[in-house]
Write a protein that binds this ligand. Structure first.
Ligand code: HEC
Length: 663
């Protein structure tokens, strides 16, 4: 009964909104189209009138953590996710909430992720909305009312798997990967039937052991690139946690794979080897999941150089001939052009400073690594950093300007045989970095990259290390948010700033554009967080205003965007006695803090989004047991440390937290 009611509703709705149904008006897929270009053909808003842009509507998502999702807009409805993998359907004209769905991810699962409880969005097809949840489930919802049609578990629930990436629908299948490569899991990508969630195929990115059995034949080849005594029990990484693209003509699905675990190959696979298929681009047959070709960007990765970054499919003229290619700017700092029909490498130029390799040999397709990047014997400074020359923030490809707009970032990592430190602006002795020739080190940048020439045509440098996804439009615009809480509009051809709209909330998500009833909208999720959520620099809007998660939609002639409530500034200095003056208990307590708490509550000197424990009420610090051991705030993402922290350690932790208390 209920079902037929919904069908009628949809039919009526479709009829009414027919004039707006032009394919151009929608933002139907994660990257706009299957090629993931993120370039909107809409031209109502353009470089000449963008100064008239203002608020059409805003909708609170009731969240204070990182928002990374790309909204999907189909026939007047916007579908998106907030943190904790919650799904929303909004009226795309007004922003009013039509339905929401909470998959009820257990709060303690937060501790299994590196980079905040984020989600990058849904896929919508066949009147179904698909979401991957932070605790590893894939759920199909009825697009009309958000009720669950089916749900499958995609992971081994005893392992630290997460899902933050958006599913993609390819034909009658829905594809999903997972994360966890920094904690010890084995990577794979799976295809489930859209109809009922049954598993169609699964491709493992690394072998499960030296002698098999191998789930598929490709692993019998891949195993030859691993030490027999590799740390198989750790899973070895190679997770498919973000990028996918699809070429329907070639029937190929392209996925990017992640870093190795543990990071140093000298630990993971001591005798060496390329360690296939870590840090690679894989071309898989969409029907069978079998490998057609692969290109490994970082053989034997030791630097957390994932190749999970955004993959764009483009048709270009290369040396006078039309070629079907793909573009990727993975973490390792090289921009790759690969023939997407056969995997042949055409070009690889560095788009940020690179020290781990001198160049990529185009004949063999292999990088020429520098000995200076080998940290097996001692400290080494390596660029790009473990955060990558480019991370998950999507880029865009405008075929008219011939430019790829890349959210890039310059930083370095000190690697030691047993640990590492990321160096951003102001975070360390900059004079030690003799390899950095300019003062944009430690900042985020927007690069307008000419792939044919292999160089940036223009660059915008941001004052701090916070990046965001990019949209370009046929109105000659490039749109990108920033950590200070502005949405920026640049001239696509020369990078001049046309407009900056203050949102008051830091932005990391990519904007989109759609058209309803002849009105063009530009929308973005505002909500700062992600990998840096415990390292908020002082310029971050989240430290001036509450980090109030919202969807913002702008149109020509719109109003002023209201700013969220201002907050008292929080000092980033460590109050109380200097650390060296702490007594032995407080010093031990500091060690406990660093080992178990700092990743979420912030390293001193870098406040994050979560409560700063130096400001928690003294009664709370005296009575840590209910929260820290019994898990009183578990549902809100504060894990229980029962069995991990001894009574003595908890006492020491209290001494430490009292000593550093902010008055
Ligand atoms: C995985 C992330 C994570 C880790 C690790 C973590 N916490 Fe938390 N903690 C949270 C979150 C999220 C909250 C906020 C819950 C809420 O919304 O109220 C919180 C809240 C708290 C609070 C309440 C603070 C207040 O002022 O309301 C205390 C106390 C606390 N945590 C102590 C600790 C201690 C001590 C450790 C280390 C042993 C720790 N936490 C480790 C995520 C974490």
């Amino acid at each position: 009964m209920r079902k037929s009611f919904n069908t009628i509703l949809v039919a009526v709705f479709l009829q009414l909104s027919l004039p707006a149904l032009s394919a151009n008006g929608n933002w139907p897929q994660h990257g706009f189209n299957a090629a993931e270009t993120r370039h909107s053909p809409l031209t109502t808003i353009h470089s000449q009138n963008v100064s008239r842009l203002g608020l059409a509507w805003e909708t609170s998502l009731d969240s204070s953590r990182g928002l990374e999702a790309t909204p999907i807009v189909i026939d007047g409805i916007m579908y998106l996710t907030s943190n904790w993998s919650r799904v929303y359907a909004l009226d795309a004209r007004t922003g009013s909430i039509l339905w929401k769905f909470d998959p009820k991810v257990p709060g303690e699962w937060a501790a299994k992720g590196c980079c905040d409880v984020v989600n990058r969005g849904v896929a919508v097809a066949n009147e179904r909305v698909f979401v991957g949840t932070f605790d590893g489930r894939l759920i199909a919802l009825n697009a009309n009312d958000g009720t669950v049609l089916w749900e499958v578990n995609t992971i081994d629930r005893t392992k630290p798997y997460t899902i933050t990436g958006a599913p993609r629908v390819v034909g009658d299948k829905v594809l999903i990967g997972n994360g966890g490569g920094d904690f010890g899991v084995r990577g794979y990508v799976s295809a489930y039937a859209v109809a009922d969630g049954s598993l169609s195929w699964r491709f493992y990115t690394v072998p499960g052991g030296a002698d098999g059995p191998f789930e598929h034949q490709e692993l019998a080849e891949a195993v030859k690139t691993w030490d027999r005594d590799s740390l198989w029990e750790t899973g070895l990484g190679g997770t498919v946690w973000d990028s996918m693209a699809f070429d329907p003509e070639l029937n190929l699905v392209y996925v990017g794979t992640g870093n190795g675990f543990p990071w140093p190959r000298f630990q993971r696979s001591p005798s060496g080897g390329d360690n296939l298929f870590l840090s690679s681009i894989l071309a898989l047959n969409a029907d069978t999941g079998r490998l057609v070709w692969h290109y490994q960007t970082t053989p034997g990765d030791s630097w957390d150089y994932t190749a999970t970054q955004h993959i764009v499919l483009a048709d270009i003229k290369w040396q006078g001939k039309p070629r079907k290619v793909l573009f990727q700017a993975p973490k390792n700092g090289f921009f790759y052009i690969v023939d997407r029909s056969n995997g042949e490498l055409l070009s690889a130029n560095n788009y940020v400073h690179v020290s781990w390799a001198s160049h990529v040999d185009l004949k063999t397709g292999r990088p020429i690594s520098n000995a200076s990047a080998d940290y097996s014997k001692g400290e080494r400074l390596v660029m790009p950093s473990t955060l990558g020359g480019h991370n998950w923030h999507p880029m865009s490809w405008n075929p008219s300007t011939g430019l790829v707009y890349i959210p890039a970032q310059e930083a370095a990592t000190y690697f030691y045989p047993d640990r590492f430190t990321v160096l951003m602006a102001g975070a360390g002795p900059r004079n030690k970095i003799d390899i950095v020739p300019d003062d944009t080190f430690g900042t985020a940048k927007l690069l307008a990259w000419d792939p044919i020439v292999g160089a940036a045509r223009w660059t915008v440098a941001y004052p701090m290390f916070s990046n965001a996804g990019v949209l370009s439009t046929a109105g000659n615009l490039v749109v990108q948010g920033d950590g200070e809480g502005f949405l920026n509009f640049y001239d696509a051809s020369n990078g001049s700033v046309l407009q900056r709209i203050e949102i008051g909330t830091g932005i990391i998500a990519p904007p989109i554009s759609y058209d309803m009833d002849g009105i063009q909208y530009i929308s973005v999720l505002a909500g700062w967080g992600g990998a840096l959520f415990s390292h908020a620099e002082s310029g971050v809007a989240a430290r001036r205003h509450s980090n109030s998660g919202r969807v913002i939609s702008l149109k020509l002639g719109g109003g002023k965007v209201p700013l969220p409530v201002a907050q008292p500034a929080i000092s980033s200095r460590l109050p109380g006695p200097a650390l060296r003056e702490l007594n032995v208990h407080a010093q031990r307590g500091r060690d406990v803090y660093e080992a178990h708490c700092g990743s979420c509550h912030g390293w001193f000197g870098h406040n994050g989004l979560l409560p700063d424990l130096r400001r928690s009420p003294p009664e709370l610090i005296d009575e840590l047991e209910p929260i820290v051991i019994d898990g009183a705030l578990k549902e809100r993402g504060m894990p229980s440390f029962d069995g991990q922290i001894s009574e003595q350690e908890l006492d020491d932790l209290k001494v430490f937290l009292r000593a550093v208390r902010a008055e």
